[in-house]
Ligand binder design. Structure first.
Ligand code: BES
Ligand code: MN
Ligand code: ZN
Length: 496
């Protein structure tokens, strides 16, 4: 969906389609809202007087076929007490995006009076993020069920808002890339087709390298490769590089993602109920891919490397068995007790590879790793584990700034002891207790002392309900947080 900015919206009574006007938290009508009230013979003031509409932040109220206006619908949107932080404006935009409903031509005009250009850009990004739709497999619906009409944002600071929107739009496009990947079914999106979609990022200046099984065997990724042995699809590792840093030799920030395009559990097979949701088990790789698209589209002055391990976990005569022992790229041996704990086997080799190959300033891996994280945190916070208080705080700040939930959980030797194996250097599960933490301890065995964080996104990747900034389904959680982390910590200050 395209959003255009205009400073010449024309008069309120003459505007066709859907008209959105903003109302301050003190419920005083001004600007476009005042004009609309006059055209409508005072109807808006009556709604306020009757306290039907309280103008709280993100409140909306819809008036079909408003009297005295050419519009088909008028929407009031409340600014609340303070719409000052960027996320306030973004969430308000999201609520407006939802209230717009299905839009036909000539679309909607949002009169963004009294907001500065930066907030207008955020408002526009919220509208865009909320109006995402994935309709590829609904015949006849076209790309966007939300209709053919576009959204115009009317603002006195048209140029500055449009400029501010460039970066916000890069974030939205990266987030949509993630949502598309997460939404795709596993017969369409398997390692090879996933890799093809990533190769297309070269059009934005990302350098993309795809490695297949023969090369991964040569390198020695025995842990990652054992996961895909039961699949008809060849496993792939894709490395994506964006280097916009002023110092081309700056140590990179590395983002690493679990890309299990389908997870049946393998020989330790999952129960049938809900198994179809395991098409989202590539969510970590999806976020890394969306991040790469965003940093490239906004030409971030940072050195960012994305690495994803793409595999399918299936049962088969050739599949890895419970009890098998594999040798990871690090040389450490792993007893595979449960073939359903496959994500950590994929990430182990990727983490070793990232640190050996790129000597990163910091590494963050993302994965839909454990059901246990949903038991602990539900669907509102991702789980954060880290060997560095600094990186952990930077991530928590970034998530806070972007309005994404994250919560840190502990790591310690006691938990690490739970993955001791009698036959190999470690086993891949630690029993029922503290399942998300023992998974994180497993990953930590493959990282050196450089700053590292693991984010378990199993609970936040696929949402049963819409939120202000996304519809039901794939959320794209994490693209905004990681983009913010890069911007605030790995780019020169003062870049917008
Ligand atoms: N992909 C799953 C984790 C998951 C569960 C993601 C629910 C999204 C929603 C992972 O591969 C898995 O199966 N984990 C097991 C680990 C167990 C065998 C130790 C789990 O959580 O049950
Ligand atoms: Mn699994
Ligand atoms: Zn999995």
């Amino acid at each position: 969906m395209t959003i255009t900015f205009t400073d010449a919206a024309g008069s309120i009574p003459e505007t066709e389609g859907t008209v959105v006007v903003l109302v301050a938290g003190n419920s005083t009508l001004s600007g476009a809202a005042k004009d609309a009230n006059e055209s409508m013979g005072g109807a808006l003031q009556r709604a306020l007087d009757a306290k039907s509409f309280k103008a709280k932040h993100g409140d909306t109220m819809s008036f079909p076929f408003p009297g005295g206006m050419k519009a088909e619908k008028l929407i009031l949107a409340g600014l609340g007490k303070d719409t000052q932080k960027p996320t306030d404006a973004r969430i308000l935009g999201g609520r407006i995006g939802a209230a717009l409903g299905k839009l036909d031509k000539p679309g909607a005009t949002v009169f963004a009076d009294d907001l500065d250009a930066a907030l207008v850009a955020e408002l526009a990004s919220g509208i865009k993020l909320r109006r995402y739709a994935f309709n590829r497999y609904k015949t006849g619906k076209g790309a966007d069920t939300l209709g053919k009409g576009g959204v115009t944002v009317a603002t006195a600071e048209k140029e500055a808002a449009a400029t501010g929107f460039i970066d916000a739009d890069a974030l939205a496009e990266g987030t949509f890339f993630t949502r598309d990947l997460v939404s795709e079914p596993a017969n369409i999106l398997y390692p090879a087709t996933f890799a093809e979609r990533l190769e297309a990022l070269s059009e934005h200046g990302v350098e993309v390298t795809v490695m297949g099984e023969r090369e991964l065997e040569e390198i020695g990724m025995g842990s990652l490769l054992c996961v895909g042995l039961g699949s008809q699809h060849e496993s792939k590792v894709v490395v994506m590089k964006w280097n916009g840093a002023e110092d081309a030799n700056a140590k990179p920030f590395c983002a690493v993602g679990k890309g299990v395009t389908f997870d049946t559990g393998g020989i330790s097979i999952k129960p049938a109920g809900g198994m179809e949701e395991m098409t989202m088990d590539m969510g970590g790789a999806g976020v890394v891919s969306g991040l790469m698209k965003t940093v490239a589209m906004r030409k971030a002055k940072a050195n960012v490397i994305g690495i994803v391990g793409l595999v399918e976990n299936m049962p088969d005569g050739k599949a890895t068995r419970p009890g098998d022992i594999v040798t990871s790229l690090s040389g450490k041996t792993i007893e595979v007790i449960n073939t359903d704990a496959e994500g950590r086997l994929v990430l182990a080799d990727l983490l070793t590879y990232a640190q050996r190959e790129f000597k990163p300033a910091a590494t963050v891996n993302l994965a839909t790793l454990t059901g246990a994280i949903i038991v602990a945190l539900g669907n509102y916070n991702a789980g954060l584990f880290s060997n560095s208080d600094d990186l952990s705080n930077q991530l928590a700040d970034a998530a806070d700034t972007e309005g994404e939930g994250i919560w840190r959980l502990p790591l310690s030797k006691d938990y690490d002891d739970l993955i001791k194996s009698s036959l190999a250097d470690m086993k891949n599960v630690g029993g029922r207790a503290a399942g998300s933490i023992t998974a994180a301890q497993f990953l930590q065995r493959f990282v050196d002392d450089s700053p590292w964080a693991h984010i378990d996104i199993a609970g936040v990747t696929l949402m049963k309900e819409a939120k202000p900034l996304h519809p039901k389904g794939a959320s794209g959680w994490g693209v905004a947080t990681l983009n913010r982390l890069v911007r605030d910590n790995f780019e020169p200050k003062g870049t917008t």
